[in-house]
Write a protein that binds this ligand. Structure first.
Ligand SMILES: C[S@@+](CC[C@H](N)C(=O)[O-])C[C@H]1O[C@@H](n2cnc3c(N)ncnc32)[C@H](O)[C@@H]1O
Length: 202
């Protein structure tokens, strides 16, 4: 036991969405042994999912700047099936040699610039092994339309802050997935106008 447990950065959204996301991932990643997460952020999802799902090995990753707190949270709160976080910028060469059954990422595509998203998808054939399941949580546009007025407003805020960011079009993301050998299998509508989009190896 540790005498002193630091107060970790906490995302309120993660606290709200972690159970609804887990409920969908139980179905999506059923039968998977190892999942890699991109942009684990505060680590709340990684800790929650691995505590609730001891049979699944969860590999968190993050950009270098976020790593100190993520490392600490995993150390203090994580069970054995939660691996030590790896430093990973999707545009870099630090991708692990290990292959995973699934890849999960939450709230990253509207933050990453499009070339970063292209770099992430280009790595999928290398990092995934059959059944090669990709699950992405976040807001999306479909047929060029926002799913809510609040998402349109959110997109305006994102693009005002960083013109390279913004809510992505499902069709453009699906094109990258198809080029990586994945076929679209499901769109799970989530609370607060979010979605979990799922692709699988063809
Ligand atoms: C809005 S946060 C989401 C964090 C967490 N997944 C969540 O749902 O709370 C976006 C994350 O994307 C990560 N990110 C941005 N660019 C990245 C890149 N090039 N490679 C890997 N991660 C990146 C950031 O470090 C950040 O943790």
């Amino acid at each position: 036991m540790y005498d002193y447990v630091p107060a970790f950065p906490n995302s309120e959204a993660c606290e709200r969405n972690k159970d609804p996301i887990l409920a969908v991932l139980r179905e999506v990643f059923a039968g998977c042994k190892r999942v890699i997460e991109i942009g684990s952020g505060t680590g709340q999802h990684a800790v929650h999912f691995s505590l609730q799902w001891p049979e699944l090995v969860w590999q968190p990753t993050e950009m270098p700047a976020q790593m100190p707190w993520l490392r600490k949270r995993v150390l203090y709160e994580g069970p054995v099936n939660l691996r030590a976080p790896l430093e990973l910028d999707v545009t870099g060469d630090d991708w692990p040699d290990t292959r995973y059954d699934g890849l999960f990422t939450a709230n990253t595509l509207h933050i990453m610039a499009w070339p970063m998203i292209e770099a992430l998808f280009a790595r999928l054939p290398q990092v995934l092994r059959p059944p090669s399941i990709l699950a992405i949580y976040g807001p999306f546009r479909f047929g060029g339309n926002y799913t809510s007025a609040s998402n349109a407003e959110f997109d305006g805020m994102l693009r005002g802050r960083d013109p390279a960011s913004g809510i992505r079009d499902f069709e453009a993301v699906d094109e990258l997935a198809r080029a990586a050998g994945l076929g679209f299998v499901a769109n799970h509508a989530m609370p607060a106008n979010n979605h979990i989009l799922v692709w699988m190896g063809r």
